[in-house]
Design a protein around this ligand. Structure first.
Ligand code: HEC
Length: 278
């Protein structure tokens, strides 16, 4: 478990034990095949006339395990396929299906270490206490919840921009009285940024997009959310005193620019860098 997943799990009050070792009590072969299907088959699947690098049998586990260039059963570190994954070469950073999560990588490694079985190696049931809740279900539910980042993220963005527009309007009118519209939009925008940031990190833990871009977007987005909270706090102080101060306006403008950068980085991940090409 990476520290980010750990932080999220702890923050949400779920015992870290919720994530069992990869493959424990499950069908490693089926799990690995599922990962290959989601993350590799686009370029290495049997449906392609010309698979990338002539490697089109990623879904045929039996053939894969018998292909010493790719997999040396029991020895992940000597397996070309694992090396490509470990060094981050595969899937390629620009793969439309995104990168592998730490858990997915560990599952693939565990599969090779277990001898690269082609099917069913569920562990003996006696060693699995029946009462234990299925661990990965909790984690899967969390990752599913993380998808709502993509939905909710539009609210703070629009609200913070609306706050800046309202503030610009009162500036245009030469007013120093804090306006109700800016106050409302900024307050709601800042508060709604909190769940958006939390869900964003959960979504990121599922492995979407290239890790560097995900990290950059995550930290700029987190900074923008924190910035919005500070700005909302300062704006509330203005409202209480009945006078809009210049530093608040500058904070708001800078915050909206930060939100714009974070939003652009997020857009790059979802829609690709060629989205605006003619
Ligand atoms: C977006 C397309 C794409 C995806 C997705 C992708 N690959 Fe690749 N893969 C390539 C390309 C292109 C090459 C050739 C790279 C080169 O020669 O430098 C390659 C080469 C490889 C090779 C070396 C094959 C050889 O013997 O030359 C392995 C192993 C590999 N990929 C495994 C994977 C695995 C495992 C996944 C999923 C986790 C994956 N790839 C996902 C495009 C992709």
């Amino acid at each position: 478990m990476s520290w980010k997943q750990l932080a999220i799990v702890c923050a949400l009050g779920i015992a870290p034990a919720a994530e069992a070792a990869p493959g424990a009590g499950q069908d490693l072969a089926a799990e690995v095949r599922g990962i290959f299907e989601a993350k590799c088959a686009r370029c290495h699947g049997p449906q392609l006339a010309k698979p990338r690098s002539g490697f089109g049998h990623v879904l045929d586990l039996r053939r894969l395990a018998a292909d010493p260039d790719k997999v040396v059963p029991l020895r992940p570190d000597e397996s070309g396929l694992w090396q490509q994954i470990d060094t981050g070469e595969m899937p390629p950073p620009n793969s439309p299906d995104g990168s592998l999560s730490a858990l997915q990588k560990e599952t693939i490694r565990a599969w090779i270490a277990a001898g690269a079985p082609a099917e069913g190696v569920s562990q003996s049931m006696e060693s699995q206490p029946e009462s234990a809740p299925s661990p990965s279900v909790v984690w899967r539910a969390l990752l599913w919840l993380g998808k709502f980042h993509l939905l909710l993220v539009h609210f703070p963005i629009a609200l913070l921009v609306a706050a800046a527009v309202a503030e610009g309007w009162s500036l245009w009118l030469g007013s120093r009285v804090p306006g109700a519209a800016a106050r409302f939009c900024l307050g709601l925008g800042a508060v709604s940024a909190v769940p958006v940031v939390v869900l964003g990190w959960i979504y990121a833990a599922g492995g979407h997009g290239s890790p560097r871009l995900v990290d950059l977007h995550g930290w700029v987005g987190t900074a923008a959310g924190a910035w919005a909270l500070v700005t909302a706090f300062v704006s509330e102080r203005d409202a209480r005193r009945g006078i809009r101060r210049w530093p608040t306006r500058i904070l708001l403008l800078a915050g909206v620019l930060l939100v714009g950068v974070a939003a652009h980085l997020g857009g790059l991940m979802v829609h690709g860098s060629d989205f605006y090409d003619w």
